[in-house]
Design a protein around this ligand. Structure first.
Ligand code: ASP
Ligand code: MG
Length: 429
């Protein structure tokens, strides 16, 4: 008994059958004595289709109108879902993001939630109704225009609403059974994680794991709100995203009492690498280069600077960034070449990033050696390395990524023969 926020992704409500199936789940949570708030995404590929439609009208639609268009996808879902619940004999009321009190910045297409004032939701709950809220949208505090939170933003709506309502749990329903130790399409014998910490989930999401939106995890951590990621196609227990692993948490075989060292392996093929060759090794040069990149609002990821050769006083700087930003970054750097005086720029978009994440690596020596050993046995050459307290990432050839992920997965004894990774509807994303 309590207050539950449930979020259903587009693959769970892809058609009328899906809507009815989800309605049954919602009603059963209500029958168990809970107050239930539901956040719903647009049906199936609706968002993609709406974007495509807009592009047929104009190559660069205005942000305001595109947001108005895209939020229609979630409105369709919320109304149909409310009807399906009403059909089952329970009262349901749908609300747009704005009606639900989701107040955002005015940055169309990537608005951030500033505040949630869910008065109308609380009223509906008090009157015994199930509240259905359109995900991924809000209203700008200053312009009062309708905004969207960025692709996949319904997760963030759900967690923000759960925090504002002081819910007991936020359940995120998707088409996979939870968070896996690696992408099940790459590692068929990946295992479902029972728990993953906020910090691990943030690292996994930032490293390319697509099961949860990064901002939704940041939100959950800030409010210490447990997230239960699970499939809407089964009643299986999913993965709990929580502050700490429970005592005795284990993944490795025969090490029941020990904490698992590695929780998961993420990979990302969406980045490119830029190398600036022959950079004068002088104070202020790196600052100049990265200020120019920052001024263009380009997000960079890993950076490596070599020791400069004593004879020349020159060094190389490499960094990674989203492929989509590659052309912009390259032309910005070309303009700097005269001023900074480096030799040349190399652009490489055939790279992949492989990241090992686990809170247990803090207290276990030898993780890096095992990881690099596994990559070497698999014939994967490491081009860049970066680490945090609970993550080791490497850059390698894009074509080596899948082999590398499988090798690391086996080396850390994460493989399971339970055949756990089942994808029910779509892509698992
Ligand atoms: N419908 C939006 C999208 O596809 C939001 C979401 O699914 O979370 O990105
Ligand atoms: Mg979607």
């Amino acid at each position: 008994m309590g207050l539950i926020v449930q979020k259903y992704g587009g693959s769970s409500v892809a058609d009328a059958e899906g809507m009815k199936r989800v309605a049954n789940r919602i009603v059963s949570a209500k029958r168990d004595g809970n107050q239930v708030v539901v956040v719903v995404s647009a049906m199936g590929d609706t968002t993609d289709e709406l974007i495509e439609l807009a592009k047929q009208i104009t190559p660069i639609p205005s942000g305001r109108e595109l947001d108005m268009l895209l939020t229609a996808g979630e409105r369709i879902s919320m109304a149909l879902l409310a009807m399906a619940i009403t059909n089952l004999g329970h009262e349901a009321r749908s609300f747009t993001g704005s009606q639900a009190g989701v107040i955002t910045t005015s940055a169309h297409g990537r608005a951030r939630i500033i505040d949630v004032t869910p008065g109308r939701i609380q009223e509906a709950l008090k009157e015994g109704a199930i509240a259905i809220v359109a995900g991924f949208q809000g209203i700008s505090q200053d312009t009062k225009d309708v905004t969207t939170l960025g692709r996949g933003g319904s997760d963030t709506t759900a967690v923000a609403l759960a925090a504002a309502l002081d819910a007991d749990v936020c359940e995120i329903y998707t088409d996979v059974d939870g968070v896996f130790s690696a992408d099940p399409r790459v590692v068929p014998n990946a295992r479902k994680l029972k728990t993953v910490t906020y910090d691990e989930m943030l690292e996994l999401a930032a490293s390319g794991a697509k099961v949860l939106h990064l901002r939704c995890v940041e939100y959950a951590r800030r409010y210490d709100l447990p997230i239960h990621v699970r499939s809407s196609f089964t009643t299986n227990e999913g993965t709990w995203v929580v502050k700490d692993h429970p005592v005795g948490h284990s993944l490795g075989k025969g090490t029941e009492m020990e904490q698992a060292i590695i929780s998961g392996i993420a990979h990302d093929k969406s980045e490119a690498k830029i190398t600036i060759v022959g950079v004068p090794d002088r104070t202020g040069v790196a600052a100049r280069i990265f200020q120019a990149i920052a001024d263009a609002d380009i997000n960079i990821d890993m950076i490596v600077q070599n020791v400069s050769a004593a004879a020349t006083g020159l060094t190389d700087i490499s960094f990674t960034l989203p492929k989509a930003e590659g052309p912009d970054a390259t032309s910005i750097l070309q303009k700097l070449q005269g001023e900074v005086g480096f030799a040349s720029i190399q652009y490489d978009d055939q790279i992949g990033k492989l990241s090992l994440v686990g809170a247990g690596m803090r207290s276990h020596p030898g993780v890096t050696a095992t990881f690099f050993g596994a990559l070497s046995n698999a014939g994967v050459n490491i081009e860049m390395i970066s680490t945090s307290e609970i993550r080791i990432s490497i850059i390698c050839r894009e074509s080596d990524i899948e082999r590398g992920v499988r090798a690391a997965h086996t080396a850390f004894e994460l493989d399971t023969d339970q055949n756990e990774a089942v994808i029910y509807a779509g892509t698992g994303l």
